[in-house]
Design a protein. Structure first.
Length: 411
């Protein structure tokens, strides 16, 4: 694994857990050590996930590891079925059972007849060779394959959001802004926000939606499967900026055939421009007189970084500094993946630029954590109503952050 001052890329197990932990009316059992789940529960509480999926661990010990024991697994499943009676129990592997060769799907097939009222759904990605984003992709895909039932399209136009998961910073606020825009601009209601604000029943009804809004690339295989099975079209995009959000609404409109409410869209556009306009002279002045302070550097999830930077540089004419993503699987010629050594060096080289990264990186660099766009965090986030980064409201919020950061650095 190597030495890290901060953290390695999270494991696939963590990505799977962050995807499943916010699903209501379910339970999750990790075939692993108790310490894993205790740590994970604290993280989830800090990012605002609570009272959703019930989380348990088998708490394996040295004997289980040495002898491949599964007694604790059988006992834990029985206890959960008796205590909580969930309709579905997600089974999550950890690295140790993966290494010793425990066949979790086979165990579930063996036990399933004993629990006719509780479905056992095993997940993979427990080994060391799978990273966070691969775990999220597998979890979203498996959910879309195994849970939706055959349903008719809803009478009223509806949509699903795919990819709103707890690993993304301000995931709840961004999903809420997308829901607000879809309801007001297109008159469409959400069926399922997978997975930040959903239940097992809502995932089961996903096939009734008129469109799937995929807000991270890990959700693409899930959307492709739902399109193949139910004929549901999808859009892979995140709406950033004022013009970017208008274009996003237009793309959804073309896919669904629903003409947007022009008065709402124009009203939102004009209001966002009105609120941002006092900052525009400041941006122009700094671009001209202090160009180093008008440079946006960003690191985090590839889709988030690309969207925020496109708004900053495309609509506000700020310049682009060092930008990187947090997964080698998502790197390309325009957005590289940086190792810890590379991004720490990039942060040091950025000087007075508008640095947007994880709370951990910003605190280490002595920069304002107000510009945080990624995890790991250094604060608790109990409020799901914090300003978003996407949509019209997100555009105003980002411009407000940038103008104040420029004021602090320049004057």
């Amino acid at each position: 694994m190597g030495l890290y001052q901060f953290k390695p890329i999270p494991s696939g197990r963590m990505g799977t857990l962050w995807t499943l932990a916010s699903i209501r009316d379910s339970a999750l059992l990790e075939f692993g050590c108790m310490g894993h789940m205790n740590y994970s529960r604290v993280f989830l509480e800090r990012v605002g996930v609570s009272n959703a999926c019930k989380l348990y661990s088998t708490h394996i010990d040295e004997t289980d590891i040495a002898l491949g024991g599964i007694r604790r697994f059988h006992s834990a499943v029985a206890d959960i079925a008796q205590r909580d009676k969930p309709g579905i129990l997600f089974l999550l592997p950890s690295a140790v059972p993966e290494i010793i060769g425990t066949d979790l799907p086979a165990l579930c097939r063996e036990l399933q007849p004993d629990y006719p009222d509780m479905r056992l759904l095993p997940f993979g990605c427990g080994g060391f060779d799978v990273n966070q984003h691969q775990g999220i992709r597998e979890a979203l895909t498996l959910l879309s394959r195994m849970l939706p039932v055959d349903v008719e399209r809803t009478a009223q136009p509806s949509f699903n959001i795919i990819g709103s998961c707890a690993d993304l910073f301000r995931f709840q606020a961004d999903a809420a802004e997308i829901v607000r825009i879809m309801e007001s601009a297109l008159g469409m209601k959400p069926l399922c926000v997978m997975t930040s604000n959903t239940s097992v029943a809502q995932i089961e009804r996903m096939g009734g939606a008129h469109v799937n809004l995929v807000i991270r690339r890990e959700g693409l295989p899930a959307a492709e499967h739902l399109q193949k099975r139910f004929g549901t079209p999808y859009l892979l995009a995140r709406p950033y900026g004022i013009q970017g959000t208008c274009e996003w609404i237009d793309r959804v409109s073309r896919i669904t055939g629903i003409f947007p409410d022009g008065s709402f869209v124009e009203g939102e556009r004009e209001e966002a421009l009105r609120l941002i306009s006092p900052a525009l002279p400041m941006f122009r002045h700094v671009i001209r007189e202090h160009p180093e302070n008008a440079r946006v550097a960003a690191g985090g999830h590839a889709d988030v970084v690309q969207g925020i930077v496109s708004f900053a540089c495309g609509e506000l004419s700020l310049s682009k500094g060092a930008c990187w993503c947090d997964s080698p699987d998502m790197a390309d010629g325009n957005l590289p993946y940086y190792t810890e050594e590379q991004w720490t060096q990039a942060v040091q080289n950025e000087g007075k630029s508008l640095l947007m990264a994880s709370g951990e990186a910003l605190e280490w660099a002595g920069r304002s954590t107000e510009l945080q766009i990624a995890n790991p965090d250094v604060k608790w986030r109990l409020n799901p109503y914090e300003p978003s980064f996407v949509g019209f409201h997100g555009a105003v919020h980002l411009a407000n952050l940038w103008v104040n950061a420029i004021l602090e650095e320049t004057f």
